[in-house]
Design a protein around this ligand. Structure first.
Ligand code: TRP
Length: 344
């Protein structure tokens, strides 16, 4: 076996890749669950952050909105503290390596593996015959995103864990089919508590941009008045707050608001539960509004500024795409050589 093993480029040990779909505005759940962690990771890793527009069109996107959302989501990342001088920030379609490697992975991944993907089943719904082929092959593209950079780590929420496992299966299958040690076994980075933000209208549902009511989520362009209004109107129940974990399990709205408070103040959830044990919602909400406005206003103000300066945002994406391609293009060439594609 070893005699045929080809020389391959090194596998980095501290390279992060993550992606976010440029569809609509980012909300508090995206911020507390992902983006804020991405900001922290910059201190210890080489970070590559991608607006995954190729993924976005697996469900039809209005072209004008897709362009606008790509800039908006980029602006939210920058406003949240992602520094384009230290991290690579770009949109996926500008770097050809993603689509090229995805095709090769379409030929590595097995139908049986994709048939197990729960996200496809959820997104395709009842009418699976009518889902796009892209939606089905989505996880292969995600594997290509990660492996085009030989990323060592990917920060993932629970909903993407299965896709990361598939990425490792693809890496393994490729390495073994071609008898090479080309791709790494990328590790998930999972963050602690306080990452699951629920709807402000229904504590049993995740905060989501697809929920019809705008009152269900705080978005990163909301000003202080909107933030205050959404928190004031957030669904509660008639009882005072409690620190009892069992009781909070039965009271998802209370649990969610306390969780948001803990996340925004960077405190352990249990500490916030204790602090407000027995308090009325009215007092708690006042404090939460003050905290949320203080924490989020700098971001929303900076976002407004960036949204008015599309030339700057575009220049960040252009630069980012150049830097991304510098890493990914040689890796894809290496893969093409391994596969036996002639590059005369
Ligand atoms: N599938 C991810 C999501 O919907 C987005 C994504 C695409 C991604 N490519 C990625 C995340 C690579 C991590 C790594 O949230």
């Amino acid at each position: 076996m070893a005699s045929t093993t080809k020389e391959v480029s090194a596998q980095p040990t501290n390279r992060i890749f993550s992606g976010v779909q440029p569809t609509g505005n980012l909300h508090l759940g995206n911020y507390l669950g992902a983006i804020r962690n991405w900001v922290t990771l910059q201190a210890d890793y080489e970070c590559i952050y991608c607006m995954v527009d190729l993924h976005a069109i697996t469900l039809f996107q209005d072209p004008v909105e897709l362009t606008a959302s790509t800039r908006e989501v980029t602006a939210s990342l920058l406003a949240s503290g992602i520094d384009p001088k230290t991290s690579i920030v770009f949109n996926q379609s500008q770097v050809h390596a993603h689509a090229e490697l995805a095709w090769i992975f379409n030929c590595v991944a097995r139908m049986g593996w994709l048939n197990r993907m729960t996200q496809f089943k959820e997104k395709a719904g009842k009418n699976r015959e009518n889902a796009s082929v892209g939606l089905y092959a989505y996880p292969n593209l995600m594997a290509a995103d990660i492996l085009a950079y030989k990323a060592s780590h990917v920060p993932v929420g629970a909903d993407q864990k299965q896709h990361l496992e598939l990425t490792r299966d693809i890496a393994q299958a490729f390495n073994s089919a071609y008898d090479v040690d080309c791709f790494p076994m990328t590790e998930p980075l999972i963050f602690g508590e306080g990452t699951r933000v629920m709807s402000l209208r229904d504590g049993s549902k995740k905060m989501s941009k697809s929920e019809p009511s705008e009152m269900s989520r705080i978005i990163l362009t909301d000003g202080p008045d909107e933030i205050a209004k959404k928190i004031r109107k957030a669904k509660t129940d008639p009882l005072p707050l409690t620190a009892s974990p069992e009781e909070l399990e039965e009271r998802p709205e209370a649990k969610n608001l306390l969780g948001i408070f803990a996340a925004l103040s960077n405190a352990p959830v249990a500490e916030i539960h204790q602090r407000y044990d027995g308090a009325e919602f009215s007092q708690f909400k006042k404090d939460l509004i003050e905290l949320a406005v203080a924490e989020l206003s700098p971001i929303t103000t900076e976002m407004q500024r960036l949204l008015a300066d599309t030339a700057y945002v575009d220049s960040v994406l252009r630069d980012g795409a150049d830097k991304a391609a510098e890493i990914a293009t040689p890796i894809v060439k290496e893969v093409q050589d391994i596969v036996g594609f002639l590059r005369p």
